[in-house]
Ligand binder design. Structure first.
Ligand code: BGP
Length: 479
């Protein structure tokens, strides 16, 4: 009656994922305007800026802005894409920098040189049969939109984003089939400046501001889904979630309820993008927290009509929680979302819990919640690599991490979860979003660039480069 499900299906989209501001550099080249990330320092102030508590529009002292040069993908994309092709990539996730297309965000006409740059990148990818997976907005927006409009606090952002995304669909309709609207939309609730260009004013009700901004992004995302379907009928467009299942620290029902609450916070915006309406638990949450959202009846209709085709998500860590104050003292910072230390799991050098089984659980949870195809668009290990004298990098720790995660993806597929692809985060070393530094490396390809900005930018294949190449060549058949 039932046939055995094999693991990775034919046509599985193996690849790697990046974001414009973490690789491109050339921050003012060819008419590009400043983006919010271009004014984010590295070092101790970075977090406060990311959280919207510190205005970074007037830089002070000797700040270093990592996005200004990054790894210079802008000038080296041909070399980098050739290396991706050598690994056998079937897909490459990248984002478009809004301010290359509309330097101020509200310009009347787009910047042709910016559009041309992405044409060149897509052509290069397609030359090697690598499918571009495009994030329309990955943690950056034109500075003018943050300064003049207050970022996504402002409803006017909806039509500006709609215009920007339509411009992209029209221009790239023959080249790009897979789209996603906002990177890790739920991160907006934790990193309001990074995610939405928000800087809080004195005395503002933060929750009110955050959920109103999120509502604006949801409507904008739904309008992008509409436009995408109209302009590119065979396209697939998704939302993108920072995912990671949560464990209760104990069998206390209160701990389990705390898990439910954490997961609901993560899923709330995705529930809207996938199911077309605010869930009941969200309405209760808004009322009980004095959050009064401005939502029109047109908004509700748009949200309901234009839901996403698939779910993209990042997975780095699981989390763990408890209601016991003593347990809560034992805490680690994950990828922004903190977690109680799970006694069964190890953490990376940056305190991120490593949990391959959590990826299988997460895939199953998202599948059961939405019943749509899934795309794992970020996963990987940030680690310090050492370039040895003979120009090699022995990154066995990265191979081990990926190997264990791939085995669990295979299990999830055998569980019946429809997973269409996997793009590992930072296939080439890039600037860390969290720290603004180079020393936290994810790549299969080493880039000779260092925290202090020095380095030749030379590209060097790591041991994991050859390992990933073999996995792709065999379509993960070992799992
Ligand atoms: C995700 C972001 C990425 C990326 C990744 C790793 O949240 O979407 O942009 O940076 O995290 O984080 P970090 O760079 O802080 O190691």
């Amino acid at each position: 009656m039932f046939n055995k499900i094999n693991s990775f299906p034919e046509g599985f989209l193996w690849g790697g994922a990046t974001a414009a501001n973490q690789i491109e550099g050339a921050y003012l080249a060819d008419g590009k305007g400043l983006t919010t990330i271009d004014l984010m320092p590295k070092g101790s102030k970075r977090n406060e800026v990311a959280m919207g508590n510190l205005n970074s529009f007037e830089p002070e002292g000797e700040e270093v802005y990592p996005s200004h040069e990054a790894i210079d993908f802008y000038h080296r994309y041909k070399e980098d894409i050739a290396l991706f092709s050598e690994m056998g990539f079937k897909s490459f996730r990248m984002s478009i920098s809004w301010s290359r297309i509309f330097p101020n965000g509200d310009d009347l006409t787009p910047n042709e040189a910016g559009l041309q740059f992405y044409d060149n990148v897509f052509d290069e990818l397609l030359k090697y049969n690598i499918e571009p997976i495009v994030t329309i907005c990955h943690f950056d927006l034109p500075v003018n939109l943050a300064k003049t409009y207050g970022g996504w606090k402002n409803r006017a952002m909806i039509s500006l984003f709609e215009k920007y995304s339509k411009t992209l669909f029209e221009r790239y309709k023959t080249k790009v089939k897979y789209w996603m609207t906002f990177n890790e939309i739920n991160m907006l609730l934790h990193l309001p400046y990074t995610g939405a260009g928000i800087i809080f004013e004195e005395g503002e009700n933060k929750q009110q501001v955050l959920y109103q901004a999120a509502h604006h992004e949801l409507v904008a995302s739904a309008l992008a889904v509409k436009a995408c379907h109209e302009i590119i009928p065979n396209a697939m467009i998704c939302c993108m979630l920072a995912a990671g299942n949560v464990y209760p620290y104990s069998s206390n029902p209160e701990d389990y309820w705390a898990v439910m609450e954490m997961e609901r916070e993560s899923y709330l915006l995705i529930d809207v993008q996938s199911k077309g309406e605010y869930p009941g638990y969200a309405k209760r949450f808004f009322i009980e927290n004095g959050i009064d959202l401005q939502i029109t009846s047109d908004d509700l209709e748009i949200l309901q009509k234009y839901t996403v085709d698939y779910i993209g998500f990042s997975y780095y860590s699981s989390r763990c929680t408890s209601v016991d104050p003593e347990v809560l003292k034992n805490y680690t910072d994950g990828n922004v979302f903190g977690s109680v230390l799970n006694p069964y799991l190890e953490t990376s050098d940056w305190g991120w819990t490593i949990d391959p089984k959590g990826l299988r659980i997460t895939c199953n949870q998202i599948h059961e919640r939405y019943n749509k195809p899934l795309f794992i668009v970020e996963n990987g290990l940030g680690a310090q690599d050492t370039l040895l004298k003979d120009d090699t990098i022995e990154d066995d720790y990265r191979i081990k991490y990926l190997d264990l995660h791939f085995a669990e993806i295979a299990e999830a597929i055998k569980d019946g979860v429809d997973i269409i692809g996997y793009t590992s985060w930072g296939p080439i070393d890039l600037v860390s979003n969290g720290t603004g530094e180079m020393k936290k490396r994810y790549g299969f390809i080493y880039v000779d660039k260092h925290n202090d900005g020095t380095g030749t930018l030379r590209r060097i294949k790591k041991k994991s480069f050859f390992w990933y190449k073999d996995i792709i060549a065999e379509n993960g058949s070992k799992y």
